[in-house]
Design a protein around this ligand. Structure first.
Ligand SMILES: Cc1ncc(COP(=O)(O)O)c(C=O)c1O
Length: 392
C-alpha cells in the first residue's frame, strides 16, 4: 500500500464510511449486543430507546440518577419523557464516583443511569449491586460503546436495560436499540419505518465519504458535486431528512424506527475484525502520542472496542482548527452540560468538557493513514504549545 505523507491531502472522516460491497454482503447472525439479545427493539436513534425506557419502566414523575458527564440528548430524552434527572459525580478519568451515587439516592430515585464512555466500561457490576440494594433498575447506556465488553462481559448485559447506537460505530444510515435483560417482559409496539428518502440520503453520503476516502482528489471532487446537487434537490422537494448525531431531543421523531437497510448492512459486517482494527489503531495512537499529551488511559483493557482516541489538549479550538486544516475530522467531545445539570457542582467534568478532542481510530483507517494522523496530531499539539508560550 502507498505511504500517506502529510503533503498529500488527508481525508479522515470521524465515522466509518460505507463500502459499496457492504450493500451486497450476506447478513449473518452475530454474537454481539444488541443483535444477539433475545428481547430487543430497534429505533432510528438511541435517544428514542431512552425515552421509551422512562415510559416503559414508569420512571416519569420520579428521579433518574445520571452522570454529570453526559452528551445532553440522553438527558433531554429523560426530561421529555417526564422524569427529573439528578446528577452524580464523574472524575477526571471518566471514573464514576460510586460513593456519590449512593449519597444521591433518595426516596424519589426511580432508576440509576450508567454511561459507558467511548467503549471504556463503567462500573456496571457495582452499579448493579447498588441498584439491587435499593430495589431500582439500572439502565446501561452503550450509545458510544457498541461491540465493547468488559473482559468477557458484553456491555449492556448487566443492567435491566441496555441502550445502543448503531450508526456511530457501523456505516449504517440510522439505528438505535433497546434491549431488555432478565425475565421481565414488556410488549412494545413495533415502531414505524423512517422515511426512505432519509435513509437513502444518509446512505449516499456514507458512500460518497468512502469514495473520497479511497479516491483522493477525484473522489473529493465528485463528492462535493453530488453534495451540492443533492442539497438543492432536498431543498427544492422539501424532503424530510432526519439528521443523526444532533444535540437536541425532538419529540416529533420519538416513534421513528430503524430502516431495514441498517440491519442488512450491520449484519453483513465482520464485527470481530472491526474491534480488532479499532484496537490496533488505538494502540498505535497511544504509542505515538503519549509523550506529547498524557493519555486518559494508559492501556486498553481486554474486550474494549474504542469509539475514538480521547486526546487531552489545552486549547480545543486551536488543535481542532489545525487538525481540520489537515483533513482530519476531529470532534469536540461533549463541550456542554445539559441545562438541568449545575456545571459549577462538577469541576472535573467541566475540565473534561474543555479538554477532550475525539481523534478517529475506526475500522476504515489503515496503519498508513494512522501514521499520518499521529503525525498531524503531534504537529497540532506542538503548534498549540508554541502559540500559548508566545501569548502567554
Ligand atoms: C451517552 C449517549 N447516550 C445517548 C445518545 C443518543 O444517541 P442517538 O444519537 O442515537 O440518539 C448519545 C448521542 O451521542 C450519547 O452520547
Amino acid at each position: 500500500m502507498e505511504e500517506v505523507t502529510l503533503s498529500q491531502k488527508l481525508f479522515v472522516p470521524s465515522l466509518p464510511t460505507l463500502w459499496p460491497s457492504m450493500l451486497l454482503g450476506r447478513p449473518r447472525s452475530s454474537s454481539f449486543q444488541p443483535f444477539a439479545a433475545s428481547n430487543v427493539r430497534y429505533f432510528y436513534f438511541a435517544r428514542n430507546a431512552v425515552w421509551l425506557t422512562v415510559k416503559m419502566l414508569g420512571l416519569d414523575k420520579g428521579e433518574v440518577l445520571m452522570p454529570a458527564y453526559h452528551h445532553g440528548v440522553e438527558v433531554g430524552a429523560v426530561v421529555d419523557a417526564g422524569a427529573t434527572p439528578r446528577f452524580y459525580r464523574v472524575g477526571s478519568r471518566w471514573d464514576v464516583d460510586l460513593e456519590d451515587v449512593e449519597k444521591k439516592i433518595g426516596p424519589n430515585t426511580k432508576a440509576l443511569y450508567l454511561i459507558h464512555y467511548a467503549g471504556f466500561p463503567g462500573p456496571a457490576a457495582e452499579m448493579r449491586q447498588i441498584a439491587d440494594r435499593h430495589g431500582i433498575p439500572l439502565i446501561e447506556d452503550c450509545a458510544l460503546s457498541l461491540l465493547s465488553a468488559d473482559g468477557t462481559v458484553p456491555l449492556g448485559t448487566t443492567g435491566d436495560i441496555g441502550i445502543f447506537c448503531l450508526y456511530k460505530t457501523l456505516p449504517v444510515p440510522n439505528g438505535g436499540a433497546l434491549t431488555i435483560n432478565g425475565p421481565r417482559q414488556y410488549s412494545l409496539p413495533e415502531p414505524p419505518l423512517p422515511p426512505s428518502v432519509s435513509t437513502f440520503s444518509h446512505t449516499v453520503s456514507a458512500l460518497l465519504q468512502n469514495l473520497e476516502l479511497r479516491g483522493g482528489a477525484m473522489g473529493r471532487g465528485l463528492r462535493s458535486l453530488v453534495r451540492s446537487v443533492g442539497h438543492g434537490t432536498v431543498k427544492a422537494a422539501n424532503i424530510e431528512r432526519v439528521a443523526t448525531g444532533t444535540q437536541h431531543f425532538n419529540r416529533d421523531h420519538v416513534d421513528l424506527g430503524m430502516s431495514p437497510l441498517t440491519k442488512r448492512i450491520a449484519l453483513a459486517q465482520d464485527m470481530e475484525a472491526i474491534v480488532e482494527k479499532r484496537r490496533r489503531n488505538y494502540f498505535f495512537l497511544l504509542g505515538r502520542l503519549r509523550d506529547i499529551s498524557t493519555p486518559l488511559f494508559n492501556q486498553l483493557p481486554p474486550g474494549v472496542s474504542p469509539l475514538f482516541y480521547p486526546l487531552v489538549v489545552q486549547d480545543k479550538a486551536e488543535v481542532m482548527g489545525s487538525l481540520h486544516a489537515q483533513g482530519i475530522d476531529a470532534i469536540d467531545f461533549w463541550r456542554r452540560f445539559h441545562p438541568a445539570c449545575d456545571a459549577t457542582a462538577f469541576p472535573e467534568v467541566a475540565q473534561l468538557r474543555r479538554s477532550i478532542v475525539e481523534i478517529p481510530c475506526h475500522q476504515d483507517l489503515s496503519p498508513e493513514v494512522m501514521a499520518a494522523v499521529a503525525a498531524a496530531v503531534r504537529e497540532a499539539v506542538k503548534s498549540d504549545r508554541r502559540t500559548r508560550k508566545r501569548t502567554g
